[in-house]
Ligand binder design. Structure first.
Ligand SMILES: Nc1ncnc2c1ncn2[C@@H]1O[C@H](COP(=O)(O)OP(=O)(O)OP(=O)(O)O)[C@@H](O)[C@H]1O
Length: 571
């Protein structure tokens, strides 16, 4: 377990961890010896002169004080290592998540990553802070006591030692029988967490569908699965917990019987027998707590293994010697790309010379958004190459690549903060004047003027306090502030009100001016102003040319636009 913890976290924690384990072990031994001191105390109390017990009682008090100090030090040490590991893990996980391909973040990750980053990390790293000390105490203290018992009376000591292999076998058996259920319960927990998030996010859809009173079937199913696996989990550990209790009690009873037999034979005095039974009783408590601690440790292990899996997910390979392009033309050279088994692009080639605009058009699912994502390296192509200024994006440093691309996607995500903070994300070191200039170029200043708190207005989680068009303007302002030579634009499909439409269009025109642009186009005027249009379908470029040329051709593109414009006119 500690090996796994150190493998996941890195070896810099090995030394403090070893120190903590050593301190906890010494504390547990002192705890055992403390109980052992009860033997001479009881012996003297039951002897001819009970006053002889005083020096032992004083020794006992001294040992309690030493134990208290050691316990404090080992608990503080466990807490320190635990919290520094937790902090380290947050950074490590954060850094790693930031380097994973953007395509890794699909919808199913939401529940997974959110439970892992909160509950999972706390459970996994709580091992050092909360579980290690009771675990070591539950193992080492009884063994110390048994060693004292052997020294005192080898027959009773060996009888007590007989419990050790039995306890070990039961622990192993419980761990094995619960392992499969533990893993499944974790799956189910994460699935349910994802469904809860989905249920909250889907409220508008559910209510619009008139399903206010009804339950959300997918969430209900997930919760039922959690209940079922929890019941199976209890079923898997219960025999182990019961066996442990029965074993410990049986060994205790055997000791009592053996002790009575030896006592009646005159081999051992009443005081000695009583002392040994007191010691045996002190062994029982920590041993019985093992089943609870074992369960928690197994839970922590599952969380650690999940963390390990995420940390082992390969980030985007970074080139050993990054190349920096010196121009910003874009080229897709014979690219092939699959999403799972679905071939999205099959040997597609196209180029966008520096400063030109390419509009990508095609039916839903044709791969228009994916084309933009490949340029921004959300994924790497399966064959062929995507190049900027003649340099393969895989040969570029990711930070450098992202600094050259401004992206305005359909779904604008705004952080819960002020409008200014959200715009500033485009270029954190921009001056106030530059931020304001970008905002005004995106016609965001009109929005700010309307809000009572102006620039300091909070946009709410995901930008919920702004309208769709206003969110678009924030996103355009961000992109303008970034001032990158390449612009990727996924035009909104839903229609905006005329004021927002005009503002967004004006902002986008400013954003595109003088830059290399690839845009997924849904509006006639965007396509008209493009230097070239490609019509994608079935993983291929079906038609290519200027808007007017393609209309004249009277092919797929012409049909597509005739239908779109007819539906816009009638709508
Ligand atoms: N994360 C993903 N995992 C698996 N398949 C995906 C994923 N994202 C997209 N796809 C599939 O890839 C294909 C292309 O998707 P893409 O979003 O690029 O299409 P699009 O042309 O932009 O569609 P739309 O106009 O509807 O937005 C679709 O068939 C889609 O189902």
């Amino acid at each position: 377990m500690i090996g796994l913890l150190l493998r996941v976290l890195g070896n810099e924690y090995a030394k403090p961890m070893r120190r903590t384990v050593a301190l906890m072990t010494v504390t547990a031994i002192v705890e055992g010896l403390l109980y052992a001191l009860l033997v001479p105390v009881l012996h003297k109390l039951f002897g001819a002169n009970p006053a002889d017990a005083w020096p032992y009682l004083l020794g006992f008090a001294g040992a309690v004080a030493v134990y208290a100090v050691l316990r404090y030090l080992s608990d503080v040490s466990g807490m320190r290592v635990g919290t520094s590991m937790l902090r380290g893990m947050y950074y490590k996980l954060g850094d790693h998540l930031a380097r994973l391909p953007l395509g890794w973040y699909d919808a199913t990750r939401v529940g997974d990553v959110s439970t892992m980053a909160s509950k999972g990390l706390l459970a996994a790293l709580g091992v050092a802070a909360h579980l290690l000390s009771p675990f070591i105490s539950a193992m080492v203290t009884p063994l110390t006591i048994v060693a004292v018992m052997i020294a005192y009376d080898w027959r009773l000591g060996l009888a007590a030692l007989a419990a050790a292999p039995l306890v070990a076998v039961i622990q192993k058996w419980t761990a094995r029988s619960s392992a499969a259920v533990d893993a499944e319960r974790h799956e189910r927990d994460n699935e349910a967490a994802g469904r809860v998030i989905e249920f909250i996010q889907a409220q508008p859809v559910l209510r619009a569908g008139g399903r206010t009173g009804e339950r959300f079937g997918l969430l209900d199913d997930a919760l039922r699965d959690v209940e079922r696996t929890s019941r199976r989990g209890v079923g898997a550990v219960l025999p182990g917990a019961v066996s442990l209790t029965v074993t410990v009690q049986t060994v205790f009873t055997l000791l009592l019987v053996l002790g009575t037999y030896l006592g009646l034979g005159g081999d051992i005095g009443v005081a000695e027998l009583l002392s040994i039974l007191v010691l045996a009783a002190r062994c029982a408590d920590p041993l019985l707590s093992l089943s609870d601690i074992g369960g928690k440790l197994r839970g922590a292990r599952v969380e650690l293994e999940r963390l390990d899996t995420v940390l082992r997910t390969a980030p985007l390979p970074e080139p050993a010697e990054p190349v920096r392009p010196d121009s910003h033309g874009v080229e897709f050279d014979s690219i092939t790309f699959k999403h799972g088994d679905r071939v999205v692009f099959d040997d597609v080639s196209l180029t966008v010379p520096v400063g030109q605009r390419l509009a990508v058009v095609g039916p839903s699912g044709a791969g228009k958004s994916t084309l933009l994502q490949l340029l921004a390296r959300f994924y790497d192509v399966d064959a062929g190459a995507v190049r900027i200024g003649g340099v393969d994006v895989r040969s570029m440093d990711t930070e450098d690549l992202m600094s050259r691309i401004a992206i305005v996607f359909q779904d604008v995500y705004l952080f819960d903060g002020t409008i200014e903070q959200n715009v500033r994300l485009g270029r954190p070191d921009a001056t106030d004047a530059e931020v304001r200039a970008a905002a005004s170029a995106a016609r965001l200043d009109e929005v700010i003027d309307r809000l009572p708190e102006g620039w300091s207005a909070d946009v709410g989680e995901g930008g919920a306090r702004l309208s769709g068009g206003e969110r678009q303007r924030v996103s355009i302002a961000r992109a303008l502030l970034k001032d990158a030579p390449i612009v990727l634009l996924d035009e909104v499909t839903s229609s905006l009100d005329p004021v927002n439409e005009a503002a967004v269009h004006e902002g986008i025109e400013r954003l595109m001016a003088g830059r290399t642009v690839v845009t997924v186009a849904h509006r006639m005027r965007t396509v008209r102003r493009a230097d070239r249009v490609v019509f994608l379908d079935g993983g291929k470029i079906v038609e290519e040319g200027s808007h007017d040329e393609l209309l004249l051709q009277g092919g797929r593109y012409a049909d597509f636009w005739n239908i779109s414009t007819a539906s816009t006119a009638s709508g």
